[in-house]
Design a protein around this ligand. Structure first.
Ligand SMILES: *Cc1c(COP(=O)(O)O)cnc(C)c1O
Length: 344
């Protein structure tokens, strides 16, 4: 059966007809010579959005993360992140392979840790130990269920790190979801960090790319890494245009995704065999556990046979993500299918 409602991830979106038209008509040039006006425009937009000196357009969010590690850290140094952080699980060992660093994963509810955990994690000056070099925050936290770090909590963890001489990085793959959910501007979220980036291919709905922002010196070094890793492109304006269009037209509408996620969570929570507190759904990601006889992989298969796709993230855990290709009607369709599968 064809997939009617795809809640697998917010990366499944297809560019809209308007976005495609805008991309088609983009002015282009050689981005490596800084001659692509559309790439330059997107970089300026992101630098301004995040309140930094400059920004760099990259093929993916993964490359933003890997480059940030390489610029901030030397081989053998250590980064401190939540144990659910994207680079620990989904970047093919990049921290070890590309940056040559150690990662210390911290515990804490909903993908977040507090300043006391950071304080305890930072290494003393001891030649047996790696040198603590980088503090890493993921906003929103993906495996934390799309949770939004409170600004005060971010300021507190960054403050400890700074006092101990660490650099700080924000993985803002879904930062704009946090912006829309909180009403707090992206600049304010990014201000405590030396580097921060946003992804255009998650809720923003563009087909390719992400952009990282930081100081002039940081971006100059990031350019060297981009070139070395084969991420430097040519007439990249054709894809950067998707990001420009998304920033202009797809930010405010993230609120719809949040309403849809909440509605989905509230509906799921009423089903027997589902364990879910809708109050934990702050943005576009819904995690829930199955408590009945059916496990997550089988449940996901049966949902798929009813035209609804979700992801099994554990033996009993399912993730559903809303985005611009999921309507309110699609949510109701999904709830009908979920009722059949989870309670039938
Ligand atoms: C998706 C994601 C990334 C990686 O971004 P890609 O553009 O898919 O490479 C990094 N961090 C988080 C939190 C993500 O959700």
């Amino acid at each position: 059966m064809a997939i009617e409602v795809d809640l697998y991830s917010d990366t499944v979106t297809k560019p809209t007809a308007e976005m495609r038209r805008f991309m088609c008509e983009a002015e282009v040039g050689d981005e490596q010579k800084h001659e692509d006006p559309t790439v330059n425009l997107l970089q300026d937009m992101v630098a301004e959005l995040l309140g930094k000196d400059a920004a760099l357009f990259l093929p993916s969010g993964t490359m933003c993360n890997e480059i940030a590690m390489r610029v901030h850290c030397r081989h053998g140094e250590e980064m401190i992140a939540h144990r659910t952080a994207h680079p620990i699980h989904f970047e093919t060992g990049g921290p070890a392979a590309l940056a040559g660093i150690n990662v210390q994963g911290l515990d804490g509810p909903r993908g977040q840790f507090d300043f006391a955990a950071v304080e305890a994690a930072i290494r003393p000056d001891n030649r047996h130990m790696p040198r603590s070099r980088l503090l890493w925050v993921e906003q929103t936290s993906n495996l934390g269920g799309g949770s939004v770090w409170p600004l005060e909590k971010i300021r507190a963890v960054v403050d400890v790190a700074r006092r101990r001489g660490l650099s700080t990085h924000m993985d803002g793959a879904r930062l704009m979801n946090a912006v829309v959910a909180s009403g707090i501007a992206a600049q304010q979220w990014a201000a405590p960090f030396d580097s921060a980036w946003i992804d255009f291919t998650k809720g923003l709905g563009a087909p390719v790319g992400a952009a990282i922002a930081g100081s002039r010196e940081f971006i100059a070094e990031a350019w060297r890494c981009k070139q070395q890793m084969g991420g430097a492109m040519r007439q990249a304006g054709i894809i950067a245009a998707g990001g420009v269009y998304a920033l202009r037209h797809h930010v405010k509408r993230l609120a719809d995704d949040h309403v849809n996620a909440k509605r989905l969570a509230e509906g799921l929570a009423t089903l027997p065999g589902v364990s879910l507190d809708p109050a934990t759904v702050e943005t576009n990601i819904v995690f829930f556990d199955l408590t009945g006889s059916i496990g997550a992989p089988a449940a996901v298969e049966r949902l798929l046979s009813r035209g609804v796709r979700m992801g099994a993230l554990g033996p009993r855990t399912i993730r559903a993500v809303t985005h611009l290709d999921v309507s309110a009607q699609g949510i109701e369709r999904s709830l009908e299918a979920a009722q059949e599968v989870f309670t039938g």
